[in-house]
Design a protein around this ligand. Structure first.
Ligand code: BGP
Length: 487
């Protein structure tokens, strides 16, 4: 038996991808409400009258996240499915804008607080530990259009108001917190993942078209300070609670294309783009390699001694991360992970990719590799809070979905996680991403489905929203029931 007795089996989702009710109970727009897929540009236009970016919804686009899968009204039904599978934990996020609709109010919105009270109570009643992300691509839009989001130091204050309210309110109910979902994506997706917007117009008319690395390092620094202050406050308000950082670490499994030292060192440098976030949030200091970049590119963030003290004294309790695929680095600059897997360097040693059109490289051993690197470097508990496979699925003539591909994907990854545990990694749990079909973060589509539970909802916005179990449902239930003995 390799999986520990108290292993947290379960699933993970995010408010913006399933709640819907995007303007209900006084919630206002957040970053993902004005885009279809976080890889795309937000639908904003610069208004010369007010000198601000304003929403510019396109008639030919379907903003699926506005209704999500209506979890806001159907969460009891959905959690019942999770409980049937025997989930020990369920991860979701608090949508910041339900609590502070514009982000800069002084008083919180009681309706939003009550919603999460009810949601967490229901999870606990069903025997599931709430695992809660404080920010998962849900920064209130007003904070970006008015202040520039995390480009502005003021955000730390608004953020701290928010987290103080939720820590006090859910103290005793939530034992596992996470600060910023996949915050290492800030450089790739500054608007959605980083909550960053340049408030000034630019020649291209595209938000953030003129954003510089110097500005991004500055925003990242404010986020690091906020992260550390949040850790401190969480421990102060609820000494029983644990709080982690949350990173996208698929790209930590970036392999050199060959033994050419340029490929090897290049792969290391690429990994460091992710490691920077871990080094600061887990070790409490800025590493030398980033200081070199700052010096050479003239982009050292403004910071003071007090910031560095706060960062040093408040490192996280655990590392939460997502892992879906690995990548290959070649010194000519081609990297699979950034090109969505379909283009760039293919890894001939892997058994394949996910089906068209996404074609993410499938690499179970990569998750063992990442767990081992993290353990060697940081020696902290690890929480796998996202792993899974998106498939384009339709009900067959009998109304069933035979998702053997998914079972195999999960099984192969669990085998490697078991190996990592044997290697000595302290893995707290495994939360499958999207145990019920949700709106895809990257593409904004419904057809990229991860669920063990199918939802009748389509890219064009039609569908009855009826839920149905896929074949993998019973399979995963058995995995949990046998604590991973039967895979
Ligand atoms: C992670 C995000 C999730 C999520 C998942 C799958 O990066 O934290 O929000 O959706 O990836 O990605 P996608 O939906 O693009 O397939």
């Amino acid at each position: 038996m390799s999986f520990p007795k108290n292993f947290l089996w379960g699933g993970a989702v995010a408010a913006n991808q399933l709640e819907g009710a995007y303007l209900e109970d006084d919630k206002q727009l957040n970053v993902t409400d004005v885009m279809v897929g976080i890889i795309s540009n937000p639908d904003l236009k610069y208004d010369e009258k007010t000198n601000k970016w304003i929403p510019d919804f396109k008639e030919d686009k379907v903003y699926l996240s506005h209704d999500g899968i209506d979890f806001y009204h159907r969460y009891k039904e959905d959690l019942a499915y999770m409980a049937q599978m025997g989930f020990k934990a369920f991860r979701t996020s608090i949508s910041w804008g339900r609590i502070f609709p514009n982000g800069d109010e002084l008083e919180p919105n009681e309706a939003g607080l009550q919603f999460y009270d009810d949601l967490f109570d229901e999870m606990i009643r069903l025997g599931m530990e709430p695992v809660i992300t404080l920010s998962h691509y849900e920064t209130p839009l007003h904070l970006l259009t008015e202040y520039g989001g995390w480009l502005n130091e003021k955000l730390i204050e608004y953020w701290m108001n928010y987290v103080e309210v939720v820590f006090n309110r859910y103290k005793g109910k939530v034992k596992y917190w996470m600060t910023f979902n996949e915050i290492n994506n800030i450089f790739r997706m500054p608007f959605a993942a980083g909550g960053v917007l340049k408030t000034t117009p630019n020649e291209k008319g595209i938000p953030n078209a003129d954003l510089t690395d110097a500005e991004l390092y500055q925003a990242t620094h404010y986020i690091f300070v906020a992260n550390a202050k949040t850790v401190e406050l969480c421990h102060e308000i609820d000494p029983e609670a644990k709080i982690g950082c949350m990173l996208s670490l698929s790209s930590m499994a970036t392999y050199p294309y060959s033994c050419n030292p340029d490929d090897v060192f290049g792969a290391l440098q690429f990994q460091r783009k992710q490691k920077l976030f871990l080094d600061v949030m887990c070790k409490g200091y800025y590493p030398g390699y980033v200081k070199r970049i700052w010096n050479e590119q003239n982009c050292t963030p403004v910071m003071n001694e007090e910031d560095l003290e706060i960062i040093k004294n408040n490192t996280v309790d655990y590392i939460a991360f997502s892992y879906y695929r690995s990548a290959v680095y070649k010194s000519d600059g081609s990297i699979t992970v950034d090109t969505g897997g379909a283009a760039g360097v293919e890894n001939p040693y892997l058994e394949g990719t996910s089906p068209e059109p996404w074609r993410w490289p499938i690499d179970p051993k990569g998750i063992r590799y990442v767990c081992n690197i993290l353990t060697d470097e940081y020696n902290l508990p690890l929480f796998i809070v996202e792993n899974g496979i998106g498939l384009d699925e339709n009900l067959d003539s009998e109304g069933k979905i035979h998702d053997d591909f998914r079972k195999k994907y999960v099984k192969d990854h669990l085998v490697q996680i078991e190996e990592a545990i044997k290697d000595g990694c302290d893995v707290m749990g495994y939360l499958y991403w999207g145990p019920i079909d949700v709106v895809s973060a990257g593409t904004g589509e419904m057809r990229k489905r991860y669920g063990f539970v199918y939802v009748d909802r389509f890219n064009d916005g039609t569908g009855t929203l009826e839920r149905r179990k896929k074949d993998s449902f019973e399979w995963f239930k058995n995995v949990i029931e046998t604590n991973g003995e039967e895979l």
